[in-house]
Ligand binder design. Structure first.
Ligand code: ATR
Length: 275
């Protein structure tokens, strides 16, 4: 076993994970010595594997599908953003040995939008598609940027309405079905459904966007997702979740190592990789 500080991403499936590549790049860039591996861990194995990893001297864990919700129960403490998200993607071992669960997905999205793509969220009119775990993870960091309004549209409207009720304290939030989306042009449309993973597009009504609208698929894939292809008909500002993937990793790296890596070089390297 390596003497380097050890980190890992747990998930199932995990073989296509880009996280080891990203974290080794960050380590090289910042002069940190560490080893980061991808480990296939099912929901049933999670608690045992997590405890073993830290008992054997591991320093930190990322969790991905299907472990983010279970991870909330497996750690000793949760940050506020993990509590809001009801999901953990980063686990940090504290000096007393206890495990702190955090969620860096939402901040990763917000950093990608605002810093890498100069999308202003303040006073914006935002449409979020989907009302599952991904939407729950991004709502609090988006609301902290004080948009004008958020509409959450979901195949099962009651789930969107439930999230709207839960989160609408500072900014108006409407929860509805896809056919009930209020007729207006949005500044930003975020696809937080898992439809892209099965190569599908949510059933979207006409008239939601114009050429000024930014469209962002939280999913990331080597080829354009159905949502990105759909949005490219209307706007040049069509993005997918590559930047979010790297920004959430940079935030995790910062939590573990206390040093913030540059993200632009690896965003460019991975974007060029799929050209
Ligand atoms: P995740 O953690 O990725 O958000 P999830 O919690 O299972 O996964 O949520 C998946 C989301 O994608 C839900 O909002 C789901 O809609 P329902 O709540 O109606 O199930 C949405 N979704 C999945 N496939 C979809 C599709 N083909 N079209 C539209 N919405 C879809």
């Amino acid at each position: 076993m390596t003497n380097l500080d050890r980190y890992a991403v747990f998930g199932d499936p995990i073989n296509h994970s880009k996280s080891p590549f990203i974290h080794h790049h960050f380590a090289e860039q910042t002069g940190q010595k560490l080893h980061y591996s991808a480990q296939q861990v099912s929901a049933e194995q999670f608690t045992t594997q997590l405890n073993d990893f830290f008992k054997q001297g591991g320093k930190g864990i990322n969790c991905t599908v299907p472990l983010k919700e279970i991870a909330c129960q497996a750690v000793d403490h949760l940050t506020h953003r993990a509590q809001h998200a009801k999901a953990v993607n980063t686990i940090i071992q504290q000096t007393d040995g206890s495990l702190l669960g955090d969620n860096t997905d939402g901040v990763g999205l917000v950093l990608d939008l605002t810093q890498n793509h100069q999308v202003s969220l303040r006073a914006g009119n935002i449409l979020i598609l989907g009302a599952g775990g991904a939407t729950r993870g991004i709502l609090a960091p988006l609301l902290a940027r004080t948009p004008q309004q958020i509409v959450i549209a979901n195949r099962t409207p009651s789930k969107a309405q439930q999230l709207a009720l839960e989160f609408a304290h500072t900014v108006p939030i409407i929860g509805c079905g896809f056919s009930e989306i209020p007729g207006q042009k949005f500044d930003l449309i975020l696809n937080a459904t898992s439809a892209s993973l099965s190569n599908q597009l949510p059933p979207l009504p006409d008239g939601l966007l114009n050429s000024q609208t930014t469209c962002y698929d939280l999913a990331y894939s080597n080829k354009a997702t159905p949502f990105v292809l759909w949005s490219q008909q209307f706007t040049d500002k069509s993005l997918d979740g590559l930047g979010m993937l790297i920004e959430q990793a940079a935030e995790a790296f910062y939590l573990w190592r206390g040093i913030r890596p540059e993200t632009q070089p690896i965003i460019e390297a991975l974007a060029n990789d799929r050209l």
